[in-house]
Design a binder for this molecule. Sequence first.
Ligand code: HEM
Length: 360
Amino acid sequence: ILNLKFPDGRYGWLITRYDEAVAALKEGRFIKDITKAYGAEHTSVFSTNMLFADPPDHKRLRGLVQKGFTPQRIADMRSHIQDIADTLLHEASAKDTINLIDEYAFKLPIIVISEILGVPTEDQDKFRVWSNSIIGASNRETSEEVAQHMHEFIAYLKDWFAKVRENPGDDMISQLVMAEDQGDRLSEQELYGVVTLMIIAGHETTVNLIGNGVLALLEYPEQRKLLQEQPELIHGAIEEMLRYNGPVEFSTSRWAAEDMEFHGVQMKKGDLVVVSLNSANRDAGPFEHPDLFDITREKSQHLAFGRGIHLCLGAPLARLEGEIAINTLLRRYPHFELQAGVDELRWRPGMIVRGVEEIP
Ligand code: HEM
């Protein structure tokens, strides 16, 4: 548990070992709502959502979208997701080289989440730009451009919600807008927050499961060969990709709700607590030879999707997308390689997600 001291004199704690990480993610005295932790204001309209809420609000906000993500609902999407993967790789077949991130790993989850939410096809590219801006994961943007994108995003949502109110469909946004109309279930601010969370979660995570997974297979040719010969090992392979180079680097922030002791450390009310998920996933305690990528590892209890009440709601969807994306790539392009001459890949900036900008 590493101590962090901020310029304003307050303290924070970075948790890097597995056991402490699990305990921290399940600790009821670490809360997510910054306004309750020490009376600070919410920093943006987007932070009023389940990921930054505590019980009982958390349950209500999660319950509103949970129905759309049950394992059965997700399993029913298998053949459709398979069609999307086949179409994207078919389109790529006309070229000798593609950027696997832009043309496959990004596109597949964006198409799927856009369909779930009800984003019009012609607007999907805009959502990718906005989503990148919100989490600060673009190397190419100035702060003016980020502000401009936020402005456009909010204007788009406002307009979109108004249209949906007039003419609701059976997509998730329509359900959420109706829930807002029923007053006590969702406030306007919560509607913006929940929709933004779903957009970001759907755009910024699975892309890196696919991208980092492909990189691990390139790094370990014998593991790739094994998976090519036995595609049924894909479930274990995806879990190992999530453990070995997880798409989400750190948990979101938690705050000590009171003065307390946690695993031998004295914490004060309002202290920040962050878990390094990827560090915990390389802890030699639970994971033998943690720095090796091994798709036959005994079922690993990695923390890539977090733990406790905030456990990733989209995990069944992300796993299914990852399985289909990787196995389809291996089947259709058994000999794919990194473009000759490319020896360094650029990681995207920002603290939250871990993934490369391009895989040529
Ligand atoms: C929460 C990881 C994909 C929706 C989380 C958390 C992690 C995570 C670590 C918990 C953060 C914390 O406790 O501080 C991932 C990874 C993904 C992925 C690694 C892909 C491989 C998705 C997708 C969706 C999604 C595709 C939905 C479309 C959510 C939601 C929460 C969440 C709504 C908040 C749950 C709550 O607070 O109760 N995710 N995620 N995630 N994720 Fe994911």
